[in-house]
Design a binder for this molecule. Structure first.
Ligand SMILES: Cc1cc2nc3c(=O)[nH]c(=O)nc-3n(C[C@H](O)[C@H](O)[C@H](O)COP(=O)(O)OP(=O)(O)OC[C@H]3O[C@@H](n4cnc5c(N)ncnc54)[C@H](O)[C@@H]3O)c2cc1C
Length: 510
């Protein structure tokens, strides 16, 4: 039986931050936009905010299995839904700092420069903040890049977090309201339900890619979303120059989707896998991979959770993610390599703790959850070419992750623990988040000016293919030490604006 063929003017693969931003820019240009998304809409159901269902039963996590470098199988913390990982994200919407786009080193390892600077992204950061409804207050973060006011006022601290901000201030630090994409305030949808970071929102209050960007676009006659449509590979012409089609698996059948322009945004790991799986005679190492970098330089941030305990004080905060500290973003006194961002974690509950420590009795985990103030220490992960995702024997996925800068992060964490003790927490427990939940994955399809060492140019176009763009976190040359989503959105909006301009000058052939 012949394979069904669908045609569009622009095919976007993945409906997360990157894919939806490009669709936002191109909707209304007259182009027929087809978004291919392997997941479905996330059901709105009571389990969305049930820690037992979300963590212990891993209800929403993919059922696929990957291999670690030792060959052990695991079920990764990957979520495939319309809106991508923002359905579960913690709503921290940071701009990277000016210096994050410049080359630096951490304990001797290179963090390379980006082919774009902060000034290139600044207008798109502003647009992304507007789209996602980011709340914050400028002028208080000592590392803040040049910017105008936030679109909405900052979310106020709850009492425990306000007290913590005061105690940080008394230590000479400069705490500031964390920029957050939650529809909170008069007339807002947020009900302070107590579950947000790592949970899906039942009230439409989380500023995720589906709610804020994609849903409004679907009313547009030229924007079509195909759900449960998993792209298995891209198909190039005989010379391996232009991409002519995507092969798609939908409900057990294979489809061929043809278009003059393809935008890949399946997430850093899956985009690399699609490109590698697309190897053909003309591109034997995979599409967009003449440089050999596709799948390499996998980064994920060094993320350490710190549970600051005060047995005498109960913490009833519903939405703790209103506070951040960047005083150590450029280094500790006398140790400029030990550096990073401090921000609050979401509300930690007993079942979440028992997922990491299954032997812990439930009553103890619940007590710890209620008596801790939970902080995330985040440091930059430097790119290592041997840190990679690859396909074994055709289609088994191996993630051989080699974080760069782990020792520097450890020194940073020890310093942060000391700060927390000084502000009133005699016991600080530490837990590292590993690559099994690759929440900040990036770097696997890096951009750069040199086609020998990068897969994409500064506009995320494949050096090897004029009609292929990659706009998820895969394009990051380095990871900075701040949450990635706003930077993915800003660069994808920039790419989308460029494509819109191309269509205007070239007509529908662009
Ligand atoms: C629990 C959690 C908390 C987080 N908190 C924050 C935070 O507070 N702030 C922040 O900035 N970042 C946060 N992040 C990270 C942030 O969510 C991601 O960086 C961001 O969403 C990535 O966007 P993306 O568009 O690159 O990829 P994705 O969100 O992964 O989107 C890719 C899309 O492509 C689809 N797809 C995958 N493979 C295929 C295929 N073969 N065919 C078709 N479709 C495919 C996926 O289903 C998905 O919808 C968090 C992540 C997690 C998991």
């Amino acid at each position: 039986m012949a394979m069904q063929t669908i045609r569009a003017d622009i095919v976007i693969i993945g409906s997360g931050v990157g894919g939806s931003a490009v669709a936002h820019q191109l909707a209304g240009t007259g182009a027929r936009i087809l978004i291919l998304e392997r997941g479905d809409f996330l059901p709105n159901e009571p389990q969305n905010s049930d820690a037992e269902a979300v963590f212990r039963q891993a209800r929403y996590r993919t059922r696929e299995e990957w291999l670690d470098a030792g060959g052990a199988r695991y079920r990764p913390g990957q979520y495939y839904y319309v809106g991508g990982h923002t359905k579960f994200y913690g709503t921290a919407m940071f701009r990277f700092r000016v210096q994050d786009f410049e080359a630096t080193t951490i304990d001797g390892a290179l963090s390379p420069a980006w082919p774009v600077g902060y000034q290139d992204l600044a207008p798109h950061y502003a647009e992304a903040e507007r789209l996602y409804g980011v709340r914050g207050q400028s002028g208080l973060d000592p590392t803040e890049p040049p910017r105008a006011a936030f679109p909405h006022a900052a979310i106020p601290h709850e009492p425990t977090i306000a007290a913590l901000a005061g105690r940080f201030g008394a230590q000479g630090l400069h705490p500031f309201p964390m920029p957050s994409a939650v529809d909170f305030g008069d007339g807002g949808a947020c009900r302070r339900c107590g579950t947000c970071d790592a949970f899906a929102c039942r009230f439409g209050a989380k500023g995720d890619a589906e709610t804020r960007v994609l849903r409004p676009l679907l009313a547009h006659p030229d924007v079509r979303l195909e759900r449960r449509a998993e792209v298995t590979r891209l198909i190039a012409d005989e010379r391996g120059h232009r991409i002519v089609a995507a092969e798609v698996r939908r409900d057990g059948a294979l489809l061929r989707v043809e278009a003059p322009l393809f935008v890949l945004s399946a997430g850093a790991i899956n985009s690399a896998l699609i490109l590698l799986r697309s190897a053909c005679e003309a591109a034997p190492d995979g599409i967009a991979n003449r440089s050999g970098v596709v799948g390499r330089h996998l980064m994920n941030h060094h993320l350490t959770g710190l549970m600051a305990m005060n047995p005498l004080a109960r913490n009833d905060t519903k939405f703790p993610k209103t506070l951040s500290v960047n005083d150590f973003y450029d280094g500790l006194p006398g140790d400029s390599d030990a550096r990073g961002n401090i921000q609050m974690l979401g509300n930690i509950q007993g079942p979440m703790i028992r997922t990491a420590y299954p032997a812990m009795p439930g009553f103890l985990a619940d007590w710890l959850g209620r008596h801790s103030v939970d902080v995330l220490a985040m440091s930059e992960d430097t790119p290592d070419p041997d840190s990679r995702v690859r396909l074994l024997d055709g289609d088994r996925v191996e993630v051989d992750y080699r974080p760069g800068g782990a020792r520097a992060h450890d020194r940073f964490v020890r310093h942060v623990k000391g700060v927390l003790r000084r502000v009133g927490f005699p016991v600080v427990l530490r837990h590292g988040f590993g690559i099994q939940a690759p929440s900040h994955q990036c770097g696997t399809v890096r951009m750069g000016d040199d086609p020998a060492t990068s897969a994409l140019n500064a506009l995320c176009r494949a050096h090897d293919h004029p009609n292929l763009y990659v706009v998820d976190g895969g394009f990051f040359p380095s990871s900075a030490a701040l949450n990635p989503a706003l930077t993915i959105a800003a660069q994808a909006l920039r790419v989308g604006a460029h494509l819109r301009g191309m269509r205007a000058t070239l007509g529908h052939a662009a």
